[in-house]
Each structure stands twice: as structure tokens, then as C-alpha cells.
Ligand binder design. Structure first.
Ligand SMILES: Nc1nc2c(c(=O)[nH]1)N[C@H]1C(S)=C(S)[C@@H](COP(=O)(O)OP(=O)(O)OC[C@H]3O[C@@H](n4cnc5c(=O)[nH]c(N)nc54)[C@H](O)[C@@H]3O)O[C@H]1N2
Ligand SMILES: Nc1nc2c(c(=O)[nH]1)N[C@H]1C(S)=C(S)[C@@H](COP(=O)(O)OP(=O)(O)OC[C@H]3O[C@@H](n4cnc5c(=O)[nH]c(N)nc54)[C@H](O)[C@@H]3O)O[C@H]1N2
Ligand SMILES: [Mo]
Length: 556
């Protein structure tokens, strides 16, 4: 609830570049400035990002060690008697005091040396948070795709719950979207089945992409021989992309639904191109669920589509009719109705059935025609607490779920306290920037012109150690591969940490995007390791990859 919080404690997010993640927010810069007028913005990040520059305080943290910081913060919360679940208390399934023992051994003094943060800062973060009237703790990609990502996200949630900040004004709040896809999906699940080769757990029916290449290349029943790629470029976006690149070449069939021939779809037997985003209507069913304010907006297509242009939904329905023909008259009718209604017809039904719709009264409430009359959107008000609707569990309680998540604390102990950590390695993290979006905006001249952005950011101290100058070519190597790119020396990096953006590496043959090929860059995911996982979820570590650097040639 960015518009009401007076203390925004942010881990591993850079909304000034990303425009917010799981927090759809317009003009985030002004809104963060407003947070500062009410109170404080505090950022924890191994890089002093644009967001960190804006903050009241920024602390460097060693990549992947946030879990220790969080465990220590919870330790302080219990030790200093700051647990206060407020109006959430009635919704909790257990007495929070029962969890205290899990954090007993993680006092700030013990963990601080491993995190790059001081014990004093960790304590102050907790006390400042609890002294604020409407604080919130938020953690995004930097703390998700790392070695303890799942546990870290859980601890962030737990911290918000134990301070009464879940579902509370200024805290971590839920939307009441005009089209509520979540209400229709119910509880998620995990580990109902496991991947064939490595036994990684599914989450909501999806397997970690770290296992994809081996599922294609390992023979046996269940081997993946055909694939459809819909709006994705996994050769550049997933760990050890180069291996996946080789695996894609071995598929019997690859079909891509994409308007570009990108690094992945270049392997496709068939590419089915949809119309461009400006040739179709738009209503956001996904990101409105995550918005900082309830709102609804419908946009007409800006340009008519060409006569032979197909929408994504038409391509998919067409494929379904051919691959899974309707078996009954009833199903045929249902499919025809869906096709006739199209997305806007379905949207109208969902809007009218939704929380702002008029239900059976055709003249009341929100509808597509009302949205069409307000091209700038309809404001549906600030976020409000949802109370018992918080929980999808049968008992309508928030389960503190200590068993599943907290068992991973054993792994924290092994990882940090019972093993020599690779001290000589630098740790690699990613970065996003405003003029890029993952892999696919690099074919627009306006978005790639100017200074090369696919560089490795390195702290001056580390640069001195390695004897490299600004602009000099470096070879960066990990267990799985190596890439060469120019160094950009900056004290915005924490010592011992380097940063490379993802989504570049447009030099592979057979793609057809001229501008992107002229600004190819290299792919950081040729360094990320499909075997280095957050074991709880099976997802690969994209932030905190151990790498070595070697200076090449003459300095610039
Ligand atoms: N312009 C632009 N906008 C985007 C995107 C884009 O590519 N370009 N991508 C979109 C997508 S797909 C997403 S998911 C969202 C993501 O949006 P965000 O979650 O805001 O992601 P990032 O901008 O990558 O910020 C992650 C931050 O985590 C820091 N970090 C790295 N490792 C660690 C660590 O171990 N600990 C801590 N505490 N911090 C760490 C990084 O330095 C970085 O500043 O953005 C979306 N918006
Ligand atoms: N090292 C590292 N790797 C990362 C990340 C990181 O922070 N660090 N971030 C990860 C994250 S959060 C994400 S979400 C992934 C993203 O990874 P991907 O989803 O694989 O990558 P994109 O580049 O977003 O690919 C989008 C593709 O969709 C196509 N496309 C765009 N619009 C449409 C459309 O309307 N219809 C169709 N059919 N196609 C369309 C584009 O042409 C492009 O080819 O990358 C992940 N990879
Ligand atoms: Mo993402």
C-alpha cells in the first residue's frame, strides 16, 4: 500500500527501473518521494540503484545472504518483545510465540559478518520498522531468484504478519480487482509431481525451467520431443541458456507463437506470428490483481490489424480445434460461443459478474461499455483490508506453515556455518533498466541507441585488484561457461559483487532482428547455472552466482 505506508523497507527490488513487481504502480518515483514525506524509504541491495539513490537509507548486502538478515530480524523481533499481530491475531492458526525457537540462534552479531551488514544496522532496521505507524516490508526479484529465495520470501511475509502489517492500511495489502482471476483459481499447490530426470517439484503445475534441457536430452519414457513456445525466449532468459540452445536443436518439433524470430524461435519448425500489441484491444487481467489501487481500464486497438493477422487467442483456439477436436455437440457449441464472444465479450461477462458489476441488472455497475466511455480508466478506490477472505484454507486462517518453510533453516546452517565459503569468487547479480524488457525490446533503435548497457559493473576496489580499467574487456567465467564484455567501474557496486543485465546476446545466427543484432551484447544466462538451485523450490540461482574475472587485452 505504497500510498499510505510511512516506512517502506525494500529488499532486492528496483522499481525505478522495473516500475514495480507484484506492485503495479504508475509514477513510482513520485509515490516513493511521497513515502519519504510521510516517513522513510530504506533499501537493502548489493547495488546502489536509482531506487537506492532516492532512499533515506541504503545498505549493501552480500548476495544471497538476505535470509540471514531476515532470520536475525525475526530474532530481534522476538527477543525485544516487538511481536504485535494486531487485528490479524484472530486469523492466525497458531500462537506466533511457538515460532520463536526457530530464530533463537540467529542473533544479529552471529550473522552480520556473513551479510556485509552490521548487527547494529539489523537491529535498527527492526526498531525503526516497529516505531513507524504504517510500515511495510517488501522483497522482489533480488531476494526471489537466489539460493534461499523461497525461505527469504516466506520470512518477509512472516515479518509482516508478526508486526500486524499483512492486510493492514499502509502494509501488504490485497486488491479487489474488477476481474478477479485469483478468486477463480483458489489455493495453489506444490510438489504434487516431480520432474522425470532430477525430481524437481512442480509448483501450480509448472516445473522449474532449470530442468528443461535435461528433460529434452535424456532418453526414456516421458522425454520431451516436441515443444510450444508462447511469448518466451528461454535461450536468453533461463539458466545455462547455451545448453538449452543446443537441446532445442534436438527436438522433433518446435512451434513458436511470437512475432520475432528470436534466439529460441530460430529453432522452430513453425512460427505462428500474432498481431502486434498495437493491433489488439487490451485489458489487464493479471497486473490489476497486483495494483496499488483498484482500477480498471480498457483500450481499443490503436491500428486495424492486417487482413491475414491473427490474435494470439485465435491462434491458440485454432490449434486446439485441430489438435483436440470437440467431441460433442455441446462442446462444439461452447467453443463457438467463446470464439464469437472473443476476449472483449468474455471481459464484459467477467466485469458484470465481478465485485463492481451490476449482476443481473443490465444498467447497473461496471461493464465493458462503461469502460469504453472512460478511455483513461476507472478509479475503483484505495486498497481495503479483506479480513477473513485473506485465507484460502478451509479453516479460513492464515497458516504460519512452519513445517514446510522453516525446515529449510537446516540448509542455511550447512550453507553458511558448516562449510568454507568460496571466498575468492566474486558474486554475480543481474540488473534491469528502463529502456529494456527482458530480451525483446532490443530491436527498437530508440531503445538501444547510446552507450552500451550490456556491461559488467564492478567496484573500483575489485577493479584495482584485477588491474582493469573502465571500458576494458573482461572475461567472466562460471562453472557453466564464460562471456566477454566491457567493464564499467562504479562504486554503486558492493565490493566483491559484479552485475550484468539479462536478455542480451543477440549474436546467434538465424535470428532476424537487425537492430538487436547490431547491439548484440552477451547473455548473462550463459553463466547462470542450472544445477545451482534454491532447493526448496527447484528454481535456479540467478543472483549470487560465483564467478571469476580475467582482464583481456589492453585497457581502453
Ligand atoms: N524496464 C523494465 N521493466 C521491467 C522489466 C525489465 O526487464 N525492464 N522486467 C519485468 C519483470 S519480468 C519483472 S519480474 C520485474 C522485476 O522487478 P524488480 O523485482 O524490481 O527487479 P529488478 O529491477 O531486477 O531488481 C532486483 C534488485 O535486486 C538486487 N539484488 C540482486 N541480488 C540481490 C540479493 O541477493 N539481495 C538483495 N537484497 N538484492 C539483490 C539487484 O541489484 C536489483 O536492484 O520487472 C518488470 N519490469
Ligand atoms: N539472469 C537473469 N535471468 C532472468 C531474469 C533475471 O533477473 N536475471 N529475470 C527472469 C524473469 S523475472 C522473467 S519474467 C524471464 C522472462 O523471460 P522470457 O519470457 O523468456 O523473455 P522475454 O524476453 O520477456 O520474451 C518475450 C517474448 O515474447 C514475445 N512477445 C511479446 N509480446 C507478445 C505477444 O503479445 N504475443 C506473443 N505471442 N509473443 C509476444 C517477444 O517477441 C519475446 O520473444 O526472464 C528471467 N530471466
Ligand atoms: Mo519476471
Amino acid at each position: 500500500d505504497i500510498d499510505n505506508t510511512d516506512h517502506f523497507l525494500m529488499f532486492g527490488a528496483n522499481p525505478l527501473a522495473s516500475n514495480g513487481s507484484i506492485m503495479s504502480v504508475a509514477d513510482v518515483k513520485q509515490r516513493l518521494k511521497d513515502v519519504r514525506k510521510r516517513g522513510k524509504l530504506v533499501v537493502v541491495d548489493p547495488r546502489r540503484t536509482a531506487t537506492a539513490e532516492l532512499a533515506d537509507a541504503h545498505y549493501f548486502v552480500r548476495p544471497g545472504s538476505d535470509v540471514l538478515v531476515l532470520l536475525a530480524m525475526l530474532n530481534v523481533l522476538f527477543k525485544d518483545n516487538l511481536v504485535n499481530t494486531g487485528s490479524l491475531t484472530e486469523y492466525l492458526d497458531q500462537d506466533p510465540a511457538e515460532l520463536a525457537a526457530s530464530f533463537a540462534e540467529f542473533n544479529p552479531e552471529k550473522v552480520a559478518p556473513l551479510t556485509g551488514m552490521s548487527a547494529e544496522v539489523i537491529r535498527t532496521m527492526v526498531h525503526d520498522f516497529c516505531a513507524a505507524s504504517q510500515p511495510v516490508m517488501y522483497g522482489r526479484l533480488g531476494v526471489s531468484v537466489q539460493e534461499f529465495g523461497t525461505l527469504t520470501q516466506y520470512l518477509i511475509m512472516l515479518f509482516n504478519i508478526l508486526t500486524g502489517r499483512l492486510d493492514s492500511v499502509g502494509g501488504l495489502m490485497f486488491t479487489k480487482p474488477a476481474v478477479d482471476i485469483l478468486a477463480q483459481s483458489g489455493r495453489g499447490h506444490m510438489g504434487r509431481f516431480h520432474s522425470r530426470v532430477r525430481g524437481l517439484p512442480e509448483f501450480n503445475g509448472e516445473l522449474p525451467v532449470a530442468t528443461l534441457a535435461e528433460e529434452i536430452t535424456t532418453p526414456g519414457t516421458g522425454q520431451i520431443k516436441g515443444m510450444m513456445l508462447i511469448a518466451g525466449n528461454p535461450v536468453l532468459s533461463t539458466p545455462n541458456g547455451e545448453q538449452l540452445d543446443r537441446a532445442f536443436a534436438k527436438l522433433d518439433l518446435l512451434v513458436a507463437v511470437d512475432f520475432y524470430i528470436n534466439e529460441s524461435s530460430r529453432h522452430a519448425d513453425f512460427i505462428l506470428p500474432p498481431v502486434s500489441p498495437l493491433e489488439r484491444e487490451h485489458y489487464d487481467v493479471t497486473f490489476n490483481v497486483l495494483a496499488v489501487r483498484n482500477n480498471a481500464r480498457y483500450a481499443e486497438a490503436l491500428f486495424p490489424r492486417p487482413a491475414d493477422g491473427r490474435h494470439d487467442w485465435e491462434i491458440l483456439l485454432g490449434l486446439r480445434d485441430r489438435l483436440q477436436p470437440a467431441h460433442s455437440i455441446k462442446e462444439k457449441l461452447a467453443r463457438n460461443t467463446m470464439r464469437r464472444m472473443g476476449p472483449s465479450g468474455i471481459l464484459n461477462v467477467l466485469l458484470r459478474k465481478g465485485p463492481y458489476g451490476g449482476g443481473r441488472n443490465p444498467f447497473a455497475g461496471l461493464s465493458l461499455s462503461k469502460l469504453k466511455k472512460s478511455p483513461h480508466g476507472v478509479d475503483l478506490g484505495a486498497l481495503k483490508p479483506v479480513g477473513a477472505a485473506l485465507s484460502y484454507h478451509g479453516d479460513r486462517k492464515v497458516h504460519l506453515e512452519s513445517a514446510f518453510f522453516l525446515k529449510d533453516v537446516a540448509r542455511v546452517n550447512t550453507r553458511f556455518f558448516n562449510r568454507d565459503t568460496a571466498g575468492d569468487k566474486l558474486l554475480l547479480i543481474g540488473r534491469r533498466d528502463v529502456r529494456s524488457n527482458n530480451s525483446w525490446l532490443h530491436n527498437s533503435h530508440r531503445l538501444v541507441k547510446g552507450k552500451d548497457r550490456c556491461t559488467v559493473l564492478i567496484n573500483p576496489e575489485d577493479a584495482r585488484h584485477l588491474n582493469v580499467d573502465d571500458g576494458q574487456q573482461l572475461r567472466v567465467s562460471s562453472r557453466v561457461g564464460s562471456i566477454e564484455l566491457a567493464a564499467a567501474i562504479s562504486d554503486e557496486m558492493m565490493p566483491g559483487v559484479v552485475s550484468i543485465p539479462h536478455g542480451w546476446g543477440h549474436h546467434r545466427s538465424g535470428t532476424q532482428w537487425l537492430e538487436a543484432e547490431a547491439h548484440a551484447g552477451v547473455s548473462v544466462n550463459d553463466l547462470t547455472d542450472e544445477m545451482h538451485l534454491d532447493e526448496l523450490s527447484g528454481n535456479a540461482v540467478l543472483n549470487g552466482v560465483p564467478v571469476t574475472l580475467q582482464a583481456l587485452g589492453e585497457s581502453a
